[in-house]
Design a binder for this molecule. Structure first.
Ligand code: REL
Length: 969
């Protein structure tokens, strides 16, 4: 006995004083379950024996259900059946005791006996603790006790343990395999995730046809409780708690009465989407029966409908949507009818109160400021204080509105409705994952810092293929104070490692990071044959090469993976990479085909063929996803059309890009195309000039020699200038060949020099002019112009000033360049612009005095604030900085009429560019960028001088050379 007491107090001491382990996210990098026995550890499985499970019968039904999941998970990991004890009277060695404080006889007894300390849990929201207790009862020798502060707390505790023993939340939804284990031991200490920082964390299944709907129909018949069982489990395994169910053609409560009952059992907080008030699906409104969806004309019909919704809700935990939009998610009226909407809300709250027999503020409600609804709020509509204001993004992941930093606290607080998938303008995006978690982090961080922490819900389309960002969103919602600009990149690695093991985690992380970046550069639905430049900055081919590099990496990993991981890898990594790469190559190939046709290139028809092959490959990839992967489990899931968009709405079927075929004469004929020009020679009357070669950027350029006939021909290339290097000086052309041109800068004449190369073949002699700029680097400091412009990635500042506790944060991989730079702390809000304001400095050099255009490339952040303007400062050297308004255009999105064109462009291009003009002198200068307002993300700077020869392209030229920049931070 003495020993036991000693032991017990030893562990209590350990537990309380030393080993309280609070992790901060669901993917568990901090393991509390290990594979070997250690002092004081608890054996879940050891030497062929698995611990038993004990849950009080009087606990929540959802807890009992999830205990069954834990039991299965244990079996799947250990191949051993854990005994489910009925009570604590049986003599047992190792038991996992599970229960909810105040709802479990056994847990309450343990508290009473002083075996567990309830103090850290009482009154807490969704908290659990997992700890080892010696001799918890007289028959049980040792227990691992999972205690929840409430129902979801207990459930999270169980799923957390499952996760720790190696069950991915995606074991069903993405077939992540389970690694078998024969030894699993829980470390001593109190293991907890604490309380979530965002109260309601959820997903919205939306835009669910054809993919999810096809899959559901085939597997479940309809969106019934069997289907939702899987959804609820997923949400809870991801430590979310909230759902807006599918609503296109679905009626959650009406389709299957068990849906609502099961949600309640699991502890899923239900809602209906932003335009479906009072827990009624939009699809339940039947015009023939219920009349007009118009409160002026049909108030009684609506009241009856809503009353029914509230009655059906009963006591089930629900966030009740209030407010109203027009029929079918359209604006209700032209202009803002504030009085009408106030009347509607008042009526809805009367219904809530009448049905629940409680004051309305006792039922949690949300009002979504979606699209035009935000105007009601902006124009002063009064909303009861207990209602959560659900602020929204612009459907493209850019938050439209945030509470003021000094906003008066509201009882109902603020929430966010965000999108990973959208149906609407400027273009649907619902095929593949295009979401960069860096942008999600940055925007949701902004939201959290502005106090929007009551509800976070994200539109996830069909769930697949946005598995990765969903997990990030819910993890981040659990603790927005954990993930920051410094550790964010670890998220990729931890996720890859959690789902595919440590071995390939770094490479998989890179693939995830890069394919989502490329896909967010321009969403696949917005691509067409003219997106990328064929002639400038080698853009189109670089895009294809970058994607194909990922393809190669992903294929290599796939080849190395053990067979049981391949299905998961295909759906989570390989398919998105293969299909996105293929799509980009498809459009670039089509572009080349069309261009070649206009030049009569003999390769034209092969490119038309290749387009067909790539188009077919797209279908093959999705076919594999549907029919072969996981034995056809995910049939239909990739059936969303995505090729051939011409307006915002999807094409009915994928449409192959237009191609041309030409008749190719037998007779050989030489043609020349060069970098930087859409012309071809000898046809063009212009002089062929390659882009300027610059010693600073060590430029590489090319000439394409092509055949216009089917017979081959010989060519030679000559030059009088021995500093011009040509990859080949003679050869035979069947179809086409690229000749690479570089400069030997040692030999090249100083200053600016013009020369030429001459390409000769079958009677033609085509001169191509070459200009070399071999300036001395002497005296130059900083970024130097090439072709009259300077390109700087935002993180390459030469100096920074962070007075007081301001901080410039480089967020790696955020946006289209290498990183985005933000200014923290957000909560400091606006600062007056002075020479001493927080600033970033960039050293630049100009070869001539004159006017320059400074173009700042920002993430397409929206002015989310009601304060006037959205400012930053700019200056050269020690000049007084100018205050520049980032949001000088109208701030309100007029969804009643036309969405402003500039917004269409910004979100499509995923960038917002602001240009400011300055007069500069020749020589070295410093460009200063100052923080005024918080919330801007600077990605890139391009400075164009009067000599600028900046060419058209989508992604822009590469970064310029930075001379003697040794002081990078
Ligand atoms: O993305 C959105 O929030 C909306 O487009 C949807 O909520 C919308 O209701 C649509 O699915 C159909 O009604």
């Amino acid at each position: 006995m003495n020993n036991i007491i000693k032991k017990y107090s030893f562990y209590t001491l350990l537990t309380v004083l030393i080993l309280t382990v609070q992790r901060n996210y669901a993917i568990n990098p901090n393991k509390y379950v290990i594979n070997s026995i250690t002092t004081g550890s608890f054996p879940i499985v050891s030497k062929g024996k698995v611990a038993s499970i004990l849950v009080s019968d009087n606990d929540f039904a959802g807890v009992l259900r999830v205990a069954g999941h834990l039991e299965n998970d244990l079996y799947n990991v250990t191949n051993l059946h854990a005994k489910r004890l009925d009570n604590n009277n049986q003599e047992t060695e190792n038991v996992i005791i599970i229960g909810t404080l105040g709802h479990s006889a056994i847990i309450d007894q343990l508290v009473k006996d002083g075996k567990i300390n309830a103090a850290g849990l009482t009154g807490k929201w969704e908290k659990f603790s997992t700890q080892i207790v010696e001799n918890p009862t007289k028959n049980i020798k040792r227990a691992l006790v999972i205690t929840g502060s409430d129902k979801r707390g207990t459930i999270y505790g169980m799923y957390d343990l499952s996760n720790q023993i190696g069950i991915s939340p995606w074991y069903f939804w993405a077939d992540v395999p389970v690694k078998k284990q024969s030894e699993l031991h829980v470390l001593p200490g109190i293991h907890t995730l604490g309380e979530p920082k965002v109260k309601y964390r959820g997903i919205f299944i939306n835009d669910e046809a054809p993919a999810l709907t096809g899959w559901v129909r085939e597997n479940y018949g309809k969106f019934n409780a069997k289907f939702y069982d899987k959804v609820f489990e997923l949400i809870l395994r991801l430590k979310g708690n909230y759902l807006w169910p599918a609503m296109w053609n679905e009626k959650f409560y009406a389709d299957d009465p068990q849906n609502g009952i099961l949600a309640d059992e699991y502890g899923i907080v239900m809602g209906t989407s932003h335009h479906e008030p009072l827990a009624k699906a939009h699809g339940e409104w039947n015009k023939a029966v219920n009349g007009e969806w118009d409160f002026n004309k049909n108030p009684e019909g609506l009241k009856k409908f809503w009353t029914d919704g509230m009655q059906r809700m009963g006591t089930k935990e629900t966030l009740v949507t209030i407010g109203m939009r027009g029929d079918g998610d359209e604006p209700m009226t032209e202009g803002t009818a504030i009085e009408l909407l106030e009347k509607i809300v008042k009526t809805q709250r009367e219904i809530i109160s009448n049905v629940t027999q409680k004051p309305a503020d006792k039922t949690p409600q949300i009002w979504a400021l979606y699209k035009e609804v935000q105007e009601y709020y902006d124009k002063g509509m009064q909303v009861p204080d207990d209602v959560t204001l659900l602020l929204c993004d612009d459907n493209w992941g850019n938050l439209r509105k945030l509470p003021e930093l000094n906003a008066k606290p509201r009882q109902g607080g603020f929430g966010i409705y965000y999108h990973f998938d959208y149906v609407g303008g400027p273009r649907n995006y619902k095929w593949i994952n295009t979401n960069q978690i860096e942008r999600t982090w940055e925007q949701m961080h902004l939201a959290y810092e502005h106090g929007a922490n009551k509800v976070w819900i994200v539109n996830v389309g069909d769930i697949k293929p946005v598995e990765f960002p969903i997990e990030f969103f819910l993890d981040y919602a659990w603790n927005p104070e954990y993930w920051n600009a410094t550790n964010l990149q670890d998220y990729y690695i931890q996720w890859a490692s959690a789902n595919f093991g440590e071995q390939n985690a770094n490479d998989i992380a890179t693939i995830l990071k890069m394919y989502t970046k490329y896909n967010s550069n321009r969403k696949p639905e917005l691509l067409n044959a003219s997106t990328y430049s064929l002639v400038n900055y080698k853009e189109a081919e670089n895009v294809v090469a970058s994607y194909n590099e990922l393809v190669q990496k992903a294929q290599e990993i796939n080849a190395k993976l053990s067979p049981e991981y391949k299905d998961a890898f295909y759906q989570l990594v390989l398919y998105p990479v293969l299909a996105s790469a293929n799509l980009n190559e498809l459009y670039v190939t089509a572009a080349k085909n069309n261009w070649y046709a206009s030049q009569g290139r003999s390769a034209t028809n092969q490119y038309a063929e290749k387009v067909k092959t790539l188009f077919d490959k797209d279908a093959e990839l999705s076919n594999y996803y549907h029919k072969t992967m996981a034995n056809g489990k995910w049939n239909h899931m990739m059936s969303q059309t995505h090729i051939g968009y011409t307006n915002w709405q999807e094409p009915r079927t994928n449409i192959i890009p237009e191609t041309k075929t030409i008749t190719i004469p037998e007779k050989a004929e030489m043609g020349i195309a060069i970098e930087g020009s859409t012309q071809w020679w000898p046809y063009s009357s212009e002089v062929a000039v390659l882009p300027e070669f610059n010693a600073f950027s060590n430029s590489i350029s090319y000439v394409d020699i092509f055949n216009r006939g089917s017979k081959s021909f010989n060519y030679t290339i000559s030059t009088k200038s021995n500093w011009i290097k040509i990859s080949k000086t003679k050869g035979t052309i069947d179809q086409q060949e690229r000749i690479v041109v570089t400069i030997n800068w040692e030999k090249a004449p100083k200053g600016i020099q013009t020369s030429e190369i001459i390409i000769s073949g079958i009677g033609e002699k085509i001169p191509v002019k070459i200009t070399t700029n071999n300036r001395s680097k002497e005296g130059i400091k900083g970024f130097v112009a090439n072709d009259g412009y300077i390109v700087i990635n935002a993180e390459n500042f030469s100096d920074k000033s962070e007075l007081e506790d301001f901080k410039w944060e480089v967020v790696e991989n955020l946006g289209k360049s290498t990183a985005g730079v933000i200014s923290l702390p957000i909560q400091k809000g606006r600062v007056a612009l002075t020479e001493n304001s927080p600033k970033l400095s960039y050293k630049v050099n100009f070869q001539k005095a004159g006017k320059v255009k400074v173009k700042l490339y920002f993430s397409p952040t929206i002015n989310y604030s009601t304060r006037e303007g959205f400012y930053y400062g700019l200056s050269f050297d020690n000049e007084k900085p100018s205050q520049i308004n980032y949001a000088s255009e109208p701030n309100i999105f007029d969804y009643n009429g036309k969405v402003p064109k500039f917004w269409d462009k910004n979100v499509s291009d995923n960038i917002k560019v602001i240009t400011t003009e300055f007069d500069v002198q020749e020589g070295n200068h410093i460009l200063n960028y100052f923080r005024i307002d918080e919330g801007l993300v600077l990605q890139k700077i391009i400075i164009e001088t009067e000599e600028s020869n900046l060419k058209q392209s989508y992604l822009g030229p590469p970064q310029s050379l930075n001379i003697k920049n040794n002081s990078k931070y």
